[in-house]
Ligand binder design. Structure first.
Ligand code: AMP
Length: 507
């Protein structure tokens, strides 16, 4: 059997290949037959450029249908697909290219000059931002429309995704064909996908969420998607009536809630709304349910593991939790110091084992060894707790943990208490250097439009709910918290911004 991800997905494609696979923003329909032919052309073109099994194909282009075909072509050709965030500067890309040593780099025509200077031995090809121009397209147009997937072992490399990492150098997570196929299979079952489904796809495709969770699951189910270049709330509202489900980061949902057009009537035909990549605040969960009648289904995963847990499709989707492990995946909570497995209700490191867990970090055997236990569990770096009903609750990142005066402070707990204040839109709690306590707890708050709060009021409001050592010693107010494209709050940026807050010992 060929374990090539595409060969596995292909077994689920509809019998009638004229069925739509993808609708573009401009309304063009791309059928399964079109996708098979076009991705075959990409695979052939890559082979003709000398790409062999395991060779890296680095890609930094805007989201487009052609970019998606390039991904599928690379998989079919047995290459390791290496997507790069379009926001990375040449200096950043230079590190990735030096580290991954790709055979081919595909970039926007406007970047070809810069990339050629840093590409080393790699061959540089271009693909225009709208997917209608570039040197690669000329090769692809001329290539044959049939291609036999390269035979792959389950453990062969299918992709390398660099993780943003909050400290140190970015690490290339090596994803195998089995990692990706097993996750697509688990998600299609868990979320009850059928061939009738149409996913509204507004996520970027340089990240695991939009590339694998969304696209591979659609292919696994022989379903279809509406492929939008980016998230625009008004456009999404316009398109929702043609979709049956949506996947998004929490910011998608808060932005939709800000639109009057989001009504019960507009979405009444939808099957499910899914959220992940960053914590969905219980407030947004509640507000969305009130407005639309839908409880957003929150799930949890990361680049290195794909999706790990999900709230149930049938059953209570509990706000503030990320649900149960997916089929075939085990999780456990382990005490940071003791290394012992903890019981329900106790906070510790979240560890995961299963066919979804990556092969290791590219050319970093020591770092890989550090992050795996002897029995094969991967240490996620997230802190969590499994509650009485078995739902996983994420309490924060290991690195976010604040140690103030010797006490452990989990930011998520304090953020949840602050978010209860009616004037608060969102909050981030960080630790910054403190002369007495090592780290001092500090809250950064964005108020709802038209609302204000002051520092004393916030601190006073927490005095009954939180132990003194957990209460923020300082509160700063901002218009909005800094977030990246995946909706993750950039706590590093906040820690830098407020690093001097307690410099004055009286502070
Ligand atoms: P990435 O590798 O960019 O996908 O980031 C993965 C990290 O995002 C995880 O390790 C978590 O810290 C965070 N994350 C993903 N999904 C959730 C969620 N539903 N709730 C809280 N944090 C999440």
């Amino acid at each position: 059997m060929n374990n090539n991800l595409f060969s596995i997905l292909k077994t689920n494609f509809p019998d009638d290949l004229t069925t739509t696979f993808l609708q573009t923003r401009s309304g063009r329909h791309i059928s399964y037959a079109d996708m098979l032919a076009r991705s075959a052309q990409y695979a052939s073109a890559l082979r003709a450029l000398g790409v062999g099994p395991g060779d890296r194909v680095a890609v930094q282009v805007q989201k487009s249908t052609e970019a998606l075909m390039l991904y599928l072509g690379a998989i079919r050709a047995g290459a390791a697909f290496l997507p790069l965030n379009t926001a990375y500067t040449s200096a950043e890309v230079s590190y990735f290219l030096g580290d991954a040593e790709p055979r081919v780099v595909v970039c926007s025509p406007s970047k070809a000059g810069d990339i050629s200077n840093i590409a080393g031995e790699a061959r540089v090809e271009t693909l225009g931002d709208d997917g209608t121009s570039g040197s690669l397209l000329e090769r692809v147009d001329a290539a044959p429309t049939a291609f036999e997937e390269l035979p792959c072992e389950a453990d062969d490399l299918a992709a390398i995704l660099y993780t943003s990492g909050t400290t140190g150098r970015a690490k290339g997570a090596m994803m195998t064909h089995l990692n990706l196929s097993s996750n697509a299979e688990a998600l299609a079952v868990t979320w009850a996908f059928t061939a009738e489904d149409r996913l509204l796809h507004a996520l970027p495709i340089y990240h695991t969420h939009g590339l694998f969770t969304a696209t591979n699951t659609v292919l696994q189910a022989g379903a279809s998607m509406i492929f939008l270049p980016r998230f625009d709330a008004e456009e999404v509202l316009e398109r929702l009536p043609q979709a049956t489900l949506m996947m998004g980061v929490p910011t998608f949902y808060s932005r939709l809630l800000a639109c009057e057009g989001l009504t019960r009537d507009l979405v009444k035909h939808m099957r499910v709304f899914i959220s992940g990549s960053a914590p969905l605040s219980p407030d947004i969960h509640r507000e969305f349910e009130l407005r639309t009648g839908y409880a957003i289904l929150e799930r949890y995963g990361m680049t290195e593991t794909g999706m790990i847990t999900s709230n149930p499709y049938d059953g209570a989707r509990r706000a503030g939790t990320v649900g149960f492990p997916l089929p075939g995946i085990e999780i456990r909570i382990v005490g940071a110091e003791s290394g012992e497995k903890l019981g329900s209700g106790e906070v510790g490191d979240i560890e995961v084992r299963g066919p979804n867990v990556f092969k290791g970090y590219w050319q970093m055997p020591d770092k890989t060894a550090e992050d795996f236990r002897e029995d094969g569990f991967f240490v996620t770096g997230d802190l969590g707790m499994i509650d009485e009903q078995g739902y996983l609750n994420i309490v924060g990142r290991d690195k976010d943990l604040i140690i103030s005066g010797g006490f452990n402070v989990y930011p998520a707990e304090i953020e949840a208490a602050i978010d209860e204040l009616p004037a608060v839109a969102e909050s981030a709690v960080i630790g910054v250097p403190h002369p007495d306590f090592g780290e001092g707890v500090m809250a950064v708050i964005a108020c709802k439009t038209g609302e204000t709060l002051d520092e004393e009021a916030v601190i006073a409001s927490l005095s009954d709910t939180l132990a003194r050592f957990k209460q923020p010693k300082r509160v700063a107010f901002v218009d909005a918290l800094p977030r990246n494209a995946m909706g993750k709050i950039q706590k590093n940026e906040l820690r830098e911004r407020y690093a001097a807050t307690f410099k004055d010992p009286s502070g």
